[in-house]
Ligand binder design. Structure first.
Ligand code: HEC
Ligand code: HEC
Ligand code: HEC
Ligand code: HEC
Ligand code: HEC
Ligand code: HEC
Ligand code: HEC
Ligand code: HEC
Length: 490
């Protein structure tokens, strides 16, 4: 466990508040790190793997030789060995091995990182994908894209063939919520990269943006055009990425990376493999809501919208997969935000960090009220009245709505969260507005017919103060208007 509060002259108040945050956020979330004992590795038969693979796959073997594992004498067989009863076990040059080294295999030596990852939103990425919009890909492209597209980021469900080899429709894959043959979720190589398994590499923004780029999660673009991304690229040599400990403000201060804010240690705040812990909102989705973080007795976690009553300790709550767990602790959105702000305070003042968060929250709330909720309400009404067929993506209006919240609205919200004015406005809210007024509302009218279309627009859009500017402009010059709020909105 990392994140000491020693080493600098903090005021008493700061130390106390740091300790409170530590207790409030970290204590239930972190489990103790197991002690690594060299008795657990260095299997003698592993030498033969190295000797032969030095010739058959020299690049791979070289990566391993340069790694912390090789330094510590953790060899190929220590990771790849399998029990004959495992689904994916195979006989290979006199040893029983498996190609997949799952997070549970790593857990033999890295229990804390395994538990944090397994409980986190990352490990649920495939489960959610299957639950939420299963038809998008099958309809608009076809199954082949699942293997090469969605699941490369979200993770595949790995299938094993009869002889222990892996089904090429599902592997290679290092998606973040991959379901492994042993039932564990995720892939540690997603960030660490084999066979170096370096923590220095995982600390760079590049480790995240393979998946966190594009409309769904445009964090690479956002970060690179923010002050932080610019400072990082200008001062990468001062980032001390190879350091054993990597505490913000102590080991480096030139710039924050994705890891600094979402996973890294700061004085009084531990590093964590639960990437979602410090996020107060759920920024994706048609409408954003703040979220509790619920921590179950066994370490599993889930988000729960803040509109629900806060679950009490010891009560039962359903998990994402439908099973039920016992609640151990709950972090409110306010506590999650406090942990995130704790990171900022190493390099900025309290007032600055609070002011920034205020600007960000305001964008999310305005997006919700002005575009997200009205568009959602209209869509729901059209499904209810059977104007739209239940199938997603078979009507132009559905694509316009999808772009509104999934592409443009998400870009705007992520841009505001992480300081890119371009993503927030030009490529974000500016496109939301163009789409909403110029495409979405006209399509509502076209799909539903003038009468119903106008009635829905009157009910959910025209009456709102947010849209009153449009009402005024159409009154003074009806020829110019988008036709909203006419007739009879005086
Ligand atoms: C005598 C040489 C030799 C020895 C000893 C050997 N390997 Fe291999 N191994 C190979 C070759 C060659 C391949 C590549 C086969 C291929 O290209 O399909 C391979 C493939 C593999 C694969 C990939 C299988 C897949 O699904 O693609 C793994 C994992 C592996 N070896 C691990 C090990 C481990 C662990 C050991 C030690 C217990 C070991 N090897 C010992 C030669 C060897
Ligand atoms: C720290 C654990 C670890 C060690 C040590 C390790 N591997 Fe691996 N290896 C992995 C992981 C993780 C994967 C990715 C497989 C998966 O889970 O999808 C992998 C994949 C492989 C593959 C198949 C993928 C590819 O890129 O072709 C081969 C072959 C392989 N390892 C050989 C070796 C050999 C040879 C050594 C020793 C020189 C070794 N491994 C040491 C964890 C390890
Ligand atoms: C048999 C024990 C063992 C297994 C299994 C194992 N590791 Fe390690 N790992 C170690 C030891 C020992 C070290 C070096 C000591 C340390 O850094 O704490 C290490 C270090 C690391 C580091 C830090 C590297 C750095 O740059 O300092 C990472 C990351 C890591 N392991 C990831 C993994 C992953 C991912 C897996 C599974 C694919 C895995 N390990 C499997 C024992 C193991
Ligand atoms: C480039 C990597 C990448 C690809 C490809 C990708 N996604 Fe995603 N997806 C992400 C990331 C990253 C997030 C998380 C966004 C966030 O939480 O801010 C996400 C979020 C989601 C969510 C929201 C989950 C939630 O918590 O509500 C769903 C559903 C989803 N993706 C489905 C899909 C489907 C279906 C496909 C293929 C048609 C796909 N994704 C392709 C990276 C990807
Ligand atoms: C989302 C990316 C990501 C994934 C996935 C990931 N890690 Fe890490 N890991 C990191 C980062 C970043 C660090 C460095 C944290 C720091 O020092 O600030 C790290 C550090 C580590 C360390 C070194 C810890 C120490 O105290 O020195 C180990 C060991 C490790 N990870 C193991 C794992 C294992 C095992 C898995 C799979 C269960 C895993 N990681 C999955 C990003 C990741
Ligand atoms: C292999 C793809 C992949 C990599 C690499 C990856 N992520 Fe993710 N990440 C995802 C997906 C997919 C989701 C959406 C999961 C969901 O909502 O179920 C996600 C979700 C998140 C979230 C949202 C959590 C929340 O509150 O909902 C954060 C923050 C995050 N990732 C940070 C990171 C950071 C930081 C790194 C790099 C150290 C990283 N990710 C690396 C795929 C990835
Ligand atoms: C300066 C700190 C900082 C940096 C650097 C940063 N983020 Fe963020 N990120 C935030 C904040 C603050 C939020 C909003 C959290 C909330 O919901 O309250 C956020 C939100 C997110 C989300 C959406 C989570 C949600 O609330 O739905 C993802 C995904 C994400 N970041 C990934 C990344 C990735 C990947 C990088 C690097 C390319 C990165 N972040 C860099 C601070 C940062
Ligand atoms: C490791 C140090 C570090 C951390 C941690 C950090 N920042 Fe920064 N930040 C910087 C640097 C360096 C700059 C660029 C110099 C400047 O303008 O202050 C900057 C610039 C900014 C800017 C633009 C300033 C302007 O005047 O235009 C904002 C906004 C910002 N940071 C917000 C945050 C927030 C919010 C957090 C926490 C979630 C955070 N920062 C965490 C170092 C950091």
């Amino acid at each position: 466990m990392k994140g000491s509060i020693c080493g600098r002259g903090y005021g008493l108040v700061r130390v106390i508040s740091a300790v409170i945050i530590l207790l409030a956020i970290s204590a239930p979330v972190f489990s103790a790190k197991v002690t690594l004992s060299p008795d657990n590795w260095g299997l003698e038969e592993g030498r033969a793997c190295i000797d032969c693979h030095e010739k058959s796959s020299p690049g791979l073997t070289h990566q391993w030789r340069e790694s912390a594992h090789a330094d510590a004498n953790v060899n190929c067989l220590d990771c790849h060995h399998a029990d004959a009863v495992d689904d994916d076990a195979m006989e290979h040059e006199g040893s029983i091995i498996a190609t997949i080294v799952s997070p549970r295999d790593c857990a033999r030596c890295h229990e804390a990182e395994y538990r944090e990852s397994e409980g986190s939103v990352h490990s649920k990425a495939l489960v959610k994908l299957e639950k939420k919009f299963p038809n998008l890909n099958d309809r608009v492209f076809g199954e082949e894209m699942t293997a090469a597209g969605c699941t490369q980021c979200h993770g595949s469900k790995i299938r094993v063939k009869g002889d222990g080899t892996l089904d090429p429709d599902t592997w290679p894959n290092s998606g973040i919520g991959r379901i492994n043959p042993d039932g564990s979720r995720g892939s540690c190589s997603a960030c660490h990269g084999r066979h170096g398994f370096s923590k220095a590499q995982a600390r760079t923004p590049a480790a995240c943006i393979r998946c966190h780029s594009g409309p769904e999660s445009p964090d690479g673009e956002v970060y690179n055009s923010s002050q932080h991304g610019i400072m990082y690229s200008a001062h990468r040599d001062k980032m001390n990425l190879d350091s054993d400990e990597w505490v913000t403000g102590k080991d480096y201060s030139a710039a924050p990376t994705c890891v600094t804010c979402h996973m890294g240690a700061a004085p009084g705040l531990n590093a964590t493999h639960d990437v979602g812990m410090r996020d107060a909102w759920r920024l994706n989705g048609p409408v954003s809501e703040k979220q509790y973080l619920v921590i179950f007795q066994d370490g599993d976690r889930r988000d729960l919208p803040a509109s629900h009553a806060a679950p009490r300790r010891g009560t039962q709550l359903s998990r994402l997969d439908g099973s039920v767990g016992k609640v151990k602790a709950v972090a409110t959105p306010g506590r999650r935000r406090k942990a995130m702000r704790r990171v900022c305070l190493e390099c900025h003042s309290k007032g600055f960090a609070k002011g920034f968060m205020r600007q960000f929250d305001t964008v999310v709330k305005r997006y919700n009220e002005k575009y997200g909720k009205p568009a959602q309400a209209i869509m729901n009404a059209l499904y209810e009245k059977k104007v739209l067929s239940p199938a997603p993506f078979d009507e132009p209006l559905e694509f316009s709505y999808w772009r509104l919240w999934h592409d443009e609205g998400t870009r705007a919200r992520h841009g505001a969260a992480m300081g890119s004015p371009n993503s927030t406005w030009w490529e974000g809210m500016h496109l939301v507005a163009q789409n909403f007024y110029g495409t979405f509302l006209p399509l509502v009218r076209k799909t539903a017919g003038e009468e119903l279309g106008n009635a829905l627009i009157d009910q959910f859009v025209s009456g709102q103060d947010h849209h009153s500017w449009l009402r005024k402009s159409t009154q003074s010059n009806p020829g110019l208007g988008y036709g909203i709020g006419i007739p009879g909105d005086e």
